[in-house]
Design a binder for this molecule. Structure first.
Ligand code: PMP
Ligand code: GLN
Length: 384
């Protein structure tokens, strides 16, 4: 391997999927729904495939219908004014959107602030851009930023901050006050924000997702990344997008041209349809996930795990220290092999310097059918 990638191990998701399969464990590891995409959305892909004119390269930015739908969605939910022709790039999932944003906006040697725990592709992306990650942890059990630690991370070399809200894996939805502090520091130090908002519609109990791009002075320094995978339970389609000010999107697009050029054409038509679904679709998603969250929380707390109630996403972090002594990797192994339930040990979401913050914690995903969540409850009852 090249030096650039030599430190990249097999992702924790692949490792846990393999182990879960080997032991036939119920898999609450990777954030992957075990139920299907809504049938009307699937039907739109089928129609697009059969229409006879969408099976060749799509335009590099994305199809006009999808770019327009991304702009309309941002106007409908966040009153943001996005230029559908110059302010949107459709990518192969949020994963490519993040890479294209970093390669397109960050120079070698620049520093990028990463909030921990982080989605596991951020740091490899920064390394592949020859940039330098600088870490700022969220502190459990409240999963909040220490303002002094955040302030200390900024300096003349800081080019960008990677922000994820609603936050995987903590389930936090950052408040206006928290976002304001980040915004104020980014403005003061002339820093860009790459905002990963893939869980933008997965919020609970009247918590509202606030895009940092909507704060005063932030639109011109933010690119926002989202994904059809989470919004439409279609993680296998790998359609995502990046939107924002055309001056920044130009950088993202330049990189995207030479990563994938364009992405799967027929699926883009179906996602354009889906993004335009009425508000009731998005409300239904929240209702469905609120019930799943509550079901899993009751199973976890009944067997002695302590959880911070997720405000958003489909993940929950659980503290197992009252029922098990050992590292998160050891607990995960025990749970998969002896109890038959798979979760994710969160060390890969941390830098080495802060990995100890994850001690005693594991992540469970609740994007699963109710019978599976009920079966998990049954198996977990063996824990005590
Ligand atoms: N960001 C976060 C925070 C995620 O949790 C995920 C996927 N689980 C992604 C990005 C990647 O999204 P996609 O599958 O669209 O590439
Ligand atoms: N985002 C998903 C998660 O956090 C995993 C996606 C992946 O496997 N790359 O579970």
């Amino acid at each position: 391997s090249a030096n650039r990638v030599r430190s990249f191990a097999t992702t924790i998701f692949t490792e846990i999927n393999n182990l879960a399969e080997q032991h036939q464990a119920l898999n609450l590891g990777q954030g992957k729904p075990d139920f299907d995409t809504p049938p009307d959305i699937v039907q739109h892909v089928v129609q697009a495939l059969e229409s006879g004119h969408l099976n060749q390269y799509a335009p590099g930015f994305g199809t006009p219908a999808l770019c327009q739908a991304v702009a309309d969605h941002a106007a409908r939910f966040y009153q943001m004014d996005i230029d559908p022709r110059r302010g949107v790039v459709v990518t192969s999932g949020a994963t490519e959107g993040l890479l294209a944003s970093i390669l397109g906006l960050v120079d070698p040697g620049d520093e990028v602030i990463v909030i921990e725990p982080f989605y596991d592709s951020y740091v490899p992306d920064i390394i592949m851009a020859n940039a330098v990650p600088v870490y700022v942890p969220l502190h459990p059990p409240t999963w909040t930023i220490d303002p002094d630690e955040l302030r200390a991370a900024f300096n003349k070399k800081t080019r960008a901050l990677l922000l994820n809200t609603p936050h995987n894996p903590s389930g936090r939805v950052l408040t206006y006050e928290e976002l304001s502090l980040i915004a104020q520091l980014c403005i003061e130090h002339d820093v860009l924000v790459i905002a990963d908002e893939v869980y933008e519609h997965l919020t609970f109990d009247n918590k509202k997702h606030i895009p940092i791009a909507s704060l005063p002075g932030m639109f011109e320094r933010t690119v926002t990344v989202s994904s059809a995978g989470k919004l439409f339970s279609a993680t296998g389609w790998k359609i995502g997008w990046v939107y924002g000010h055309p001056d920044l999107i130009t950088g993202v697009w330049r990189a995207h041209q030479f990563i994938t050029f364009s992405v799967h054409h027929p699926t883009q038509e179906a996602i354009a349809y889906a993004l335009n679904l009425p508000d009731t679709y998005y409300q239904g998603l929240q209702t469905m996930y609120t019930a799943k969250r509550d079901l899993l929380l009751s199973s976890l707390t009944a067997c002695g795990l302590k959880c911070a109630v997720p405000e958003g996403t489909y993940f929950v972090m659980a503290d197992y220290r009252d029922v098990f002594e050992g590292t998160p990797v050891e607990f995960t192994r025990y749970l998969i092999e002896q109890v038959g339930v798979a979760c994710i040990p969160p060390e890969s979401f941390y830098s080495a310097e802060h990995a100890s913050i994850a001690q005693g914690l594991v992540r469970f995903a609740f994007c699963k059918t109710d019978p599976v969540l009920e079966a998990v409850k049954e198996r977990l009852s063996k824990l005590n």
